[in-house]
Design a protein around this ligand. Structure first.
Ligand code: UDP
Length: 381
């Protein structure tokens, strides 16, 4: 089967990293069409996945756009769509991985007579999107998609609640290669030395810097923890959230935590960095659709504390394979951090349970098999 993947992003967020794992087995039978140039293209190339950038002009529709803005962007979309339609005719199926990819993919599906699959990586609710964007996504998916793959039950529920068809949506979790998450002791030592982490209790936060990812909650919590607790913030402002980055730095200096918070920027050595952590914190203040970082930490056999909302509740069972806290409550988070600092034996058992359950539930080979079967069903319908 030849698959034409579409993704709007030039930078690798969770949806893009998931796409790499899905597209990889198809080799030259896949093409990833992007609507922006950037580091994601290079990552695809490194993984030997064919990639083509279809436009380098930013599409002027944002998560909170109005209908008028949406129409204005249509003129800009026409040349892009005609290129995509032409390319789609060389493939059996169009696989839209983001919302703007859905818009382009739906029209391309209509004109090229190729079936459309939409991989939904978002919780389609008013908390995350404008009413217009919600309506566009739901209507296009309902009308044009043969299949919607939701990355969690939470994403599926939101889709259906927003008016999406329940007969076309299936939940498939993100898949991971468990082997990648085993790190050598020598690499751990080296990183600890480089980053000055020896003798510290390290809480890791792995996410792009954006207000709803809640790095500020962790910083507030840190101020309530004993001084040996420090935090590493791994990730960058991928989508222009520079104001938030500045606010985080201000918060750190106001709380006098300059020596206890390290901003490491975007990194590609996530498993190694997780390996130097004593605890991984997830602090999203809005419901997380899935939360790749949580599963990654579990595979690294690290205890995870995560914000109790959205897809997270399908990943973590409090007290068995991780800890759940109320989103936006630094005091609660600080309490869990302190418990992990003191109760090392219980925490180690929880981390072990986490590794076992995550390896069983999120194995990339099994997940890819599920997706292949769903795509096969569409082609043979
Ligand atoms: N990530 C990364 N480098 C960083 C920060 C994050 O590669 O510096 C990865 C992280 O390991 C995870 C993904 O980005 O695989 C983020 O996915 P998640 O589902 O947690 O959040 P999203 O970005 O999709 O909102």
């Amino acid at each position: 089967m030849r698959i034409f993947f579409l993704d709007q992003s030039g930078k690798p967020g969770g949806a893009e990293l998931c796409l790499i794992d899905i597209a990889k087995p198809y080799g030259d039978r896949a093409l990833v069409g992007l609507f922006a140039d950037g580091s994601f293209k290079h990552l695809l190339q490194q993984n030997h996945i064919p990639v083509e950038v279809f436009t380098t002009q930013a599409i002027q529709v944002h998560k909170e756009s109005s209908l008028v803005q949406g129409f204005k962007s249509l003129g800009q979309l026409v040349p892009l769509i005609s290129k995509v339609v032409k390319k789609a005719r060389e493939y059996d199926l169009i696989y839209a991985n983001t919302q703007k990819a859905l818009v382009v993919g739906a029209l391309a599906s209509f004109f090229s007579h190729r079936p459309l699959v939409y991989h939904l990586h978002d919780i389609l609710s008013k908390e995350h999107f404008s009413q217009t964007n919600l309506r566009i996504a739901i209507n296009l998916a309902n009308r044009f998609a043969s299949l919607v793959i939701a990355n969690s039950q939470a994403s599926k529920t939101a889709f259906v609640q927003a008016g999406g068809r329940s007969d076309i949506i299936k939940v498939v979790y993100n898949g991971f290669n468990p082997k990648i998450y085993q790190t050598d002791e020598s690499d751990i030592n080296q990183l600890q030395q480089q980053l000055g982490l020896k003798g510290k209790f390290v809480v890791g936060h792995f996410s792009r810097l954006a207000p709803w990812k809640g790095q500020h909650i962790l910083i507030d919590a840190l101020a309530k923890c004993p001084p040996e607790v420090i935090a590493i913030l791994v990730g960058d402002a991928l989508f222009g959230e520079q104001d938030y980055v500045q606010k985080l730095h201000q918060q750190v200096s106001q709380l006098g935590l300059e020596n206890r918070v390290k901003f490491l920027g975007f990194r590609s050595d996530i498993p190694q960095l997780m390996a130097v952590c004593n605890l991984v914190a997830h602090t999203s203040t809005s419901p997380e659709p899935f939360g790749r970082v949580i599963v990654e930490a579990m595979l690294c056999e690290k205890p995870v504390v995560a914000a109790k909302a959205g897809g997270v509740m399908e990943l973590v069972e409090h007290g068995f394979n991780g800890f759940l806290v109320t989103p936006g409550k630094p005091q609660e988070l600080a309490q869990v951090i302190s418990t992990c600092l003191q109760e090392t034996e219980i925490t180690a058992t929880i981390a072990k349970n986490a590794r076992i359950t995550a390896s069983e539930r999120f194995n990339v080979a099994v997940i890819n098999q599920q997706i292949a079967q769903l795509l096969f069903n569409i082609m043979s319908a």
